[in-house]
Design a protein around this ligand. Structure first.
Ligand SMILES: C[S@@+](CC[C@H](N)C(=O)[O-])C[C@H]1O[C@@H](n2cnc3c(N)ncnc32)[C@H](O)[C@@H]1O
Ligand code: SF4
Length: 456
């Protein structure tokens, strides 16, 4: 791919972790709308219940962080937060039909591992006492290894989780120093032994595009990954959005890698991991060939929610709990307040915690499914969409914002192939899947001034 083509497409574009992206959520969507959507969700598809719990606290804040994270607070606030979480769980779960099954529980943050494992186990038990689960549901947690001792790893491993994501970001001390982050206290080989002995699947999270990273140094990272053999490797492209987190400006001062370098880092990651037996899925995941995510991807049936990729088996409507948490129901999104104080206060009184959301029309649900299909499977198959919405292929194309001229240009630039079956991203075009998805997004066309990160 030529530098001109890279520059042409490396423009700010939504990451499409949801459609519409969260910056389109409106304040006119309130608590009452959410409750109505929760009640309606009982008869909507997908049937399964996916639970997201947001733990916002971190021992230290990393300069690159784009998550809703807050410095650790006094014990009293943390205790009240956990109480409020239980109240919210009770309030919402009581509205869900008992016949529905839990397919996923995911703890994100912030750093859920900043809390004692016993408190997390209480929350797991609280949920699992109320609902049956599918066979082998995914119960996952994101952990920052910089603050977890050997004993604490054992406690976390025995708190009911079957997948643990370890936030590595980079294995070089100077890179971590530059971004204000601690490296793992316990050697990774030891952590792997503790988790493997308990049959816990392991994800390792990296970020590329941070200061002091080069293709050669990322090659060193990936060689260590191959020696460890995690189940999944997630390599996030650093999203530089200093207007969201002003601390990111500190990274500009040290110097961020050029887009060409960043692209070469990604190619290095991809080459080493694929040669080492991992299969790439989506724009940032590498998994083993027998992983259910890869099997779903091969079948063009991979899904995604804010927590990451999932399969038909684990996909559910997402009920999210805690500050800033976003629920993803069949036809609505709802986001809780981002203020910890406000969240606790309202959960002690009127439960009025939803601050933003979005109700999707049927046409928007079609656009959402088209964009998600592209983001997850790097293709859009007309007949699949037609089947989901019980419409003809012509109707689907008509309802989608089908920007033929843009798509023809992308085909000429080598990003996609267009066939009667649908649209497929090429190997080279995969890194620009976001741009391909944007061709179907009427909101993106109308609101070009919104601020987003770049694909590379
Ligand atoms: C909530 S954190 C994971 C748990 C824990 N707090 C930690 O840092 O290890 C989720 C992940 O988001 C990724 N992340 C955070 N900020 C990012 C950014 N600006 N761009 C890309 N990825 C980012 C990091 O890889 C991080 O591990
Ligand atoms: S990357 Fe993790 S530990 Fe660092 S600030 Fe963000 S949420 Fe906290």
């Amino acid at each position: 791919m030529t530098t001109e083509i890279i520059e042409k497409y490396n423009i700010p574009v939504p990451r499409y972790t949801s459609y519409p992206p969260a910056n389109f959520f409106t304040e006119s969507f309130n608590q009452a709308d959410y409750i109505q959507a929760v009640d309606d969700s009982n008869t909507n598809q997908p049937q399964h219940i996916s639970i997201y719990i947001h733990i916002p606290f971190c021992k230290h804040l990393c300069h690159y962080c784009g998550c809703n994270s807050y410095p650790m607070m006094k014990q009293e606030v943390v205790d009240n937060y956990l109480l409020a979480l239980k109240q919210e769980l009770k309030f919402i779960l009581n509205r869900l039909h008992k016949s529905r099954k839990v397919s996923q529980i995911h703890y994100g943050g912030g750093s859920p591992s900043a809390l004692p494992a016993a408190r997390l186990k209480e929350l797991n038990d609280f949920i699992l006492a109320r609902f049956n689960t599918i066979e082998n549901p995914e119960i996952a947690i994101e952990c920052h290894p910089g603050y977890i001792t050997r004993e604490q790893w054992i406690e976390i491993a025995e708190a009911g989780f079957n997948r643990i994501s370890i936030g590595i970001q980079d294995l070089h001390q100077d890179v971590l120093d530059a971004v204000h982050r601690k490296s793992s206290i316990v050697p990774l080989t030891e952590i792997f032994t503790i988790l493997r002995e308990r049959n816990i699947a392991i994800n390792l999270d990296f970020i590329y595009g941070l200061p002091l990273q080069t293709p050669e140094r990322f090659e060193e990272n990936m060689k260590q990954v191959l020696a460890l053999q995690p189940d999944r490797v997630v390599t996030f492209s650093y999203a530089h959005v200093p207007w969201v987190n002003p601390n990111m400006k500190k990274l500009e001062e040290i110097g961020l890698p050029e887009q060409e370098t960043k692209k070469t880092i990604f190619e290095t990651i991809s080459n080493i991991l694929t040669q080492g037996g991992y299969e790439p899925i989506g724009i940032d995941h590498f998994v083993k060939a027998d992983d259910e995510l890869y099997l779903a991807y091969k079948d063009k049936k991979l899904h995604r929610n804010f927590q990451g990729y999932c399969t038909k088996r684990t996909t559910g409507q997402v009920y999210a709990f805690g500050v800033s948490a976003i629920s993803q129901l069949a036809d609505a999104y709802a986001q809780n307040t981002k203020s910890i104080e406000e969240y606790i206060e309202h959960m002690q009184s009127d439960f009025d915690i939803v601050r933003k959301g979005y109700k999707l029309s049927i046409d928007q649900q079609i656009v959402r499914d088209a964009i998600m299909m592209l983001m997850c499977n790097e293709c859009l198959i007309w007949s699949d969409l037609a089947q989901t919405f019980n419409l003809s292929i012509d109707d689907i194309r008509c309802k989608l914002f089908y920007a033929e001229a843009i798509l023809n240009e992308m085909a000429a630039d080598g990003l996609i192939t267009l066939t009667d079956e649908g649209i497929h991203a090429t190997e080279e075009g995969r890194i620009f899947t976001r741009n391909i998805a944007a061709a179907f997004d009427p909101l993106w066309k109308d609101n070009g001034e919104q601020r987003y990160s770049k694909p590379i």
